[in-house]
Every structure is written in C-alpha cells, then in structure tokens.
Design a protein around this ligand. Structure first.
Ligand code: NA7
Length: 539
C-alpha cells in the first residue's frame, strides 16, 4: 500500500468495538501493548449498538452472556430480565467500557476499508474510509458474524415514499407506529422478535413471508431479588456449565436418543422443553435430533402441532408451518406471542410463494396478488453472514493476495483464527471458528485469551511473525467440513451454509461455522498452543 499521509504506529490494531473487540483491547493492554481499536459506529456495542429495532433482545440467558473475566463486574452488574432487552444490553456494554476505561484507545466513526501486510516491516497497515492510517505488528479482526445488513434487490425500493430501512438501521429518532400501516419483509429471528411488538402499536401490519421458520417460546421474565442473589453467588457454576456444553449455553443435549424412549415419554419431554425458557428445546433436545431425520421428524411434528393450536385460522397456520426443513436445522427464532400475533385483526400474513413480490411502489408492496398499501416498510432480510464483515475490507496478505479472492470458494483458516498467507492477523469469531456457532461471549472470550497468550508467547521469544501453515489450514478446513457433514443443517439452506439469496453469487453453499462443538474446538486450540503453536510457522 503506498501512502503519503501520516500513519499512527501501534503494537496491535483491533477492528471492531463490540463484545469481542472490547475484551481483546482489555487483554492486550494488560500485556503492556499499545493498542488501537477502530470502530465504525459512534460508540461501543457492535451488534447491540446497531440493532435497536423494537423487541431486540438476548436469546441467551442474560447471566450466561455477560463477560466472565471480572468477578467485580459480575457482582456489580444486575440484569433485570432473564433475556435482556437491547437497551439494557447496550447500557451493560457501556458500563464495561467505562469501568475499564476502554474508550481512550478506541477511535469511533472509523470504518476500516483496507488492510495490507508489509513483509519488509512485518506490520499491518490499515486505512479508514476517511483516509486515516495506522500500522501495527498485529491485526485482530472483531468484525462480527452478523454485521453486514443485506437489503434485497427488489425493484422500486428507492421509490417508496415513507420511511423504509433494514432492521439494523432502525431510526434513532422516535418512529410513530400508532395508526400507521407497517410492512415487514422477512421472518427470521429478527422479524420474529419484531413482529409481535409492532403489531401491538401499528394500525395495521403486513408480514411478507418467503420461508416460515420453526419458532420456540422464549418465556422471558423479570429476575426477582432472590434469583438475582442466586445468580450472583452461582456464576462459577453457570460458566462451568456453559464451558462444558456444545454451544456455550446453559443448555446441552440430552444424552438419550429420541427413539430410545416411548412415544409418551418423548411427548412429555417435548412438552417440558416447550414450557421452559430459552434455547433448551434446541440445544437441550435428544442428542440425535439434528443428525437423524426420523428423530428430527418427531420434534418437527410436535412443533407443527403447537403452531396449529396457537394460530386460529387453519390456512394461516399452515403457511406458518415449515415444510422444507426440520426443526432446528436453521437458527431457531425465539418468540414471545409470535404465533398469536396472527390471530389479531390488524395483522395479515402474505405468503410470497403464492404471490411473489413484483416491485416496491411509492405507496407499498406490489405482489402478483395485488398492492399492499404501507406507510412504513421494514426489511428484516438478514445479513451477509460470517464472511461479510471480511469481504467489505480489502484485506491483502503476503504478495498482495486478496482475502476475498482466497475465500471465493469458501473460507480456509486454521482453527478459524488465522489464515495462511495473512501473517499476524487473528480473526475473532471468524468463519470455521466455534465462536460463530456459540453463545458468542462464552466462545469469544476463549478466542481473545488464546490470541493474547499467543502474542505474549511471541513477544517473550522474540518471534515477530506467525502464520498458519498451508498444510495445517487444509487439514482444519477438511475437519470443519467433515465434522459437519452428518449434521442435518448442512442439508438445508440458511446463513449457516452461507446461502444468501441477496448475494450476487447465489449458488455458493458452504458451511461457514464450526459444528463439532466448543469443547473440542477449545481442546484443539489448547493442544496447538501447548505444542509451541503447532500448525503455525513462527519466525
Ligand atoms: P435471517 O435469519 O437471515 O432472516 C432473513 C429473513 O429475510 C428470512 O426470512 C428470509 O427468507 C427473508 N428474506 C431475505 N431476502 C428476502 C427477499 N428478497 N424477499 C423476501 N424475504 C426475504 O436474518 P435475521 O436478521 O432474522 O437473523 C439473523 C441472525 O441474527 C439470527 O440468526 C440471530 O442469530 C441474530 P428466506 O428464509 O431466505 O426465504
């Protein structure tokens, strides 16, 4: 990269001031490094900074989500609900930033657009949209797995007269919904949180659904004083439980297989899970639910019955029952009164399979079945998942190799944390990393600590350069795909599989996550470190 302007010098650069980037800053500072974090937003929070739509909240139990590294922080902070709403979570992240004085090393309003490795200087140079330049030996990306909003390419979008926006761009100024006709396109996890809340205030709500999802009740509730005290006294046990589980949640698979028990027992077990808060029905189900189609069919049938019971109009209920994939093979949206929303007089479900969208008009959405007049149009159309945050930065490694080109046929990494050809760059919660399929803070803390230990190791031994070997990278990539191949979610289209209907390359279908579980992932990371960072070349 040629440059004429002044360039700041640091030891490490972190891109992103969300949950992972903030903790990385804290850890690297502890090592005595000069660290600079660059953040596109005007404040800390990442996901919780951007996603301010009504109804946004955790699907993780609040007390399993917060940072675990500071006992003092754990005792000081009080979550008010079992599944924290976004405003409270954003307050929490701000509280952490203030408590540890993190803001002084963060440059806000700075979107990094280029990063290139300088082999002669053994340093990364990054450049922001505003031309700001910085150099450092280490580059750590904390760009988030769901940070690049995807708007659909529907004709006429620019013509719509009223407010229209993606859910992650929900207006910061108050938006009056009362008496207005609102349209929501999409029925993923975001829409399922949003729709019941909007329906309560909007004059009329039209939901445009292309594919229904299997949604499960969240059962949120306030945390009472007694529970609060038990939570505070029990953090060690909570984190130990998360650590032992496949996905870093307090829920972990039941040891039985679905067909090992009688139909009555199975039904009773599903009822119990359905009545309990959180992801238990997804993460705590029979252990073969997501590898065995017959097992999966039993829970899918149960969930379908629940939808039919809860939605009064049988035709609408049928539209809400997924037919093309089994329960839990895509991300399970967690709901609060979602299905009952369709019993309201002011809500209408439009099935886009029956009547596809033809165009957006100045006054609404035109489908083949007619025009739906709207005052406000919300795109709950998801994100360019996992690799999107990397693709929008022009990252150049050794010999100017472009990361986007290297990953054109899918990500290749070692442990989802480093990439051959891109020395001294670490990818927190990146593709093929267990963190992207996890209760994120639980797994990203592991990523951050592994990176900090690795940098400490390099400095102590005078190592200036570390790069994943090509052979180890190929082996890891093979392991990622091989270990996921049995899983039913690799047979279904979703953002897990990098299927993004709004991308130019619609045909791409590659598993982006790591499906063999956080404990095995952690073991593999620890083994590499214990063997002098096996698989990496240190110089
Ligand atoms: P998702 O889960 O990717 O959902 C996006 C939704 O938008 C989904 O229902 C899509 O239908 C729909 N969509 C996308 N493009 C279109 C077009 N062009 N027309 C109609 N419908 C469309 O994103 P979310 O934001 O809900 O959730 C993302 C993650 O955030 C979530 O998993 C949590 O982990 C947090 P499709 O299924 O493609 O037919």
């Amino acid at each position: 990269m040629s440059r004429t302007t002044h360039c700041e010098e640091h030891d490490a650069i972190v891109i992103g001031a969300g949950i992972s980037g903030l903790y990385q800053l804290y850890r690297l500072r502890e090592l005595g490094l000069r660290v600079r974090v660059f953040e596109a937003g005007s404040d800390v929070g990442g996901t919780w900074y951007w996603n301010r739509y009504p109804g946004a909240r955790f699907d993780s139990e609040s007390y399993s989500y917060g940072f675990s590294f500071s006992g003092e922080l754990l005792q000081e902070w009080e979550w008010s609900e079992h599944f924290s709403p976004q405003p409270e979570t954003l307050r929490y992240v701000n509280f952490v930033a203030d408590k540890f004085d993190l803001r002084r090393d963060i440059r806000f309003g700075t979107r990094i657009v280029r990063a290139s490795w300088d082999e002669a200087a053994l340093a990364w140079e990054v450049e922001a949209e505003d031309g700001h330049c910085a150099r450092a030996r280490w580059l750590i990306t904390a760009v988030g797995p769901l940070s690049v909003p995807q708007l659909p390419g529907i004709e006429g979008m620019a013509d719509f007269r009223g407010p229209s926006f993606h859910t992650s761009d929900w207006p910061r100024e108050p938006l009056e919904l009362a008496g207005r006709r609102v349209g929501v396109i999409g029925t993923g996890a975001t829409a399922v949180q949003l729709i019941p809340v909007v329906a309560e205030t909007a004059g009329h709500l039209t939901v445009f659904q292309r594919s229904p999802n299997w949604c499960a009740p969240l059962h949120n509730a306030p945390i009472d004083a007694g529970t609060q005290a038990r939570i505070k006294a029990g953090y060690d046990a909570i984190f130990a439980r998360c650590r032992a589980s496949h996905g870093g949640f307090i829920h972990d698979a039941d040891r039985r297989k679905a067909m090992e028990v009688s139909a009555e027992e199975r039904e009773a077990f599903y009822e119990k899970l359905y009545g309990e808060p959180g992801f238990g029905i997804w993460m705590g189900n029979f252990r073969d639910t997501f590898v065995d189609e017959a097992a999966n069919r039993t829970i899918s049938d149960f969930m379908a019955r629940k939808i039919r019971e809860r939605v009064r109009d049988p035709e609408t209920a049928e539209k809400l029952v997924p037919k093309d994939h089994g329960f839990g093979t895509r991300r399970v949206p967690m709901e609060t009164g979602y299905y009952e929303t369709y019993n309201r007089d002011n809500v209408r479900l439009v099935d886009l399979n029956e009547a596809p969208i033809e165009r957006i008009t100045p006054d609404g959405v035109l489908t083949s079945g007619g025009e739906h007049p709207l005052d406000i149009l919300v795109y709950a159309t998801g994100f360019d998942a996992v690799t999107g945050g990397f693709d929008r930065i022009d990252i150049r490694g050794r010999h100017g190799q472009s990361l986007k080109e290297k990953w054109a046929d899918g990500p290749k990494t070692l442990l989802g944390i480093q990439i051959s050809g891109f020395p001294n760059m670490f990818t927190l919660v990146g593709p093929h990393n267990a963190s992207s399929f996890c209760n994120i803070p639980r797994c990203s803390e592991q990523n951050v600590e592994w990176v900090a230990d690795c940098i400490r190791h390099m400095r102590e031994r005078g190592v200036n350069r570390m790069e994943a070997s090509e052979a180890a990278e190929a082996e890891w990539t093979e392991h990622v795909h091989e270990s996921a191949s049995r899983m039913l979610y690799t047979k279904v289209d979703s953002w897990f599989m990098g299927v993004n209907p709004n991308r130019a390359d619609k045909s791409r279908r590659i598993f982006l996550l790591y499906g063999a579980g956080a404990p095995l992932y952690r073991e593999k990371c620890e083994a590499s470190a214990a063997n002098g960072y096996e698989g990496f070349e240190l110089a």
